[in-house]
Design a protein. Structure first.
Length: 145
């Protein structure tokens, strides 16, 4: 189940309209619509926590592997990397739409693609903005992914 599907299911279970969820969470209606349609993921970890509190569900329910991947890219390499990671997740998700892979194979494929992403980022670390580089020169802020 995608992040958007989880938000929608939790919203409906809580008995909220999209407008009510937006008002209660202090976000725009368009943001809720984008989340539910799968067009966007929250950019900050705090957004997941805010939504989970508003919907009265554990934050880990909303924070799946794909969301963790995008957030880690944001924290490690900045907003451009997060946008790239999000686009990668969305494009790979399109591959799943045919429904020919089982859930376990889809997860393995996504992990392999994410691993390839981190390897590419490591190889290109000299292009990482200085503010996202660790003091040890590893190119990663806050440790290894």
């Amino acid at each position: 189940m995608t992040f958007g599907e989880k938000v929608r299911a939790a919203r409906i279970a809580a008995g909220y309209s999209q407008r009510q969820l937006a008002d209660l969470a202090g976000i725009s209606l368009r943001t809720v619509q984008n989340y539910e349609s799968g067009q966007r993921l929250p950019k900050q970890r705090e957004s997941y926590i805010l939504l989970s509190k508003t919907l009265n569900i554990p934050s880990q329910v909303l924070l799946d592997d794909n969301a963790e991947f995008v957030l880690k890219a944001q924290e490690t390499f900045g907003s451009r990397a997060a946008a790239d990671a999000n686009r990668l997740v969305q494009e790979v998700s399109v591959l799943y739409s045919g429904g020919e892979l089982n859930e376990e194979d889809m997860d393995a494929m996504m992990r392999a693609i994410q691993d390839a992403y981190w390897i590419a980022k490591e190889r290109n670390r000299k292009y990482v903005p200085k503010k996202f580089r660790a003091a040890d020169g590893s190119g990663e802020k806050g440790g290894k992914p």
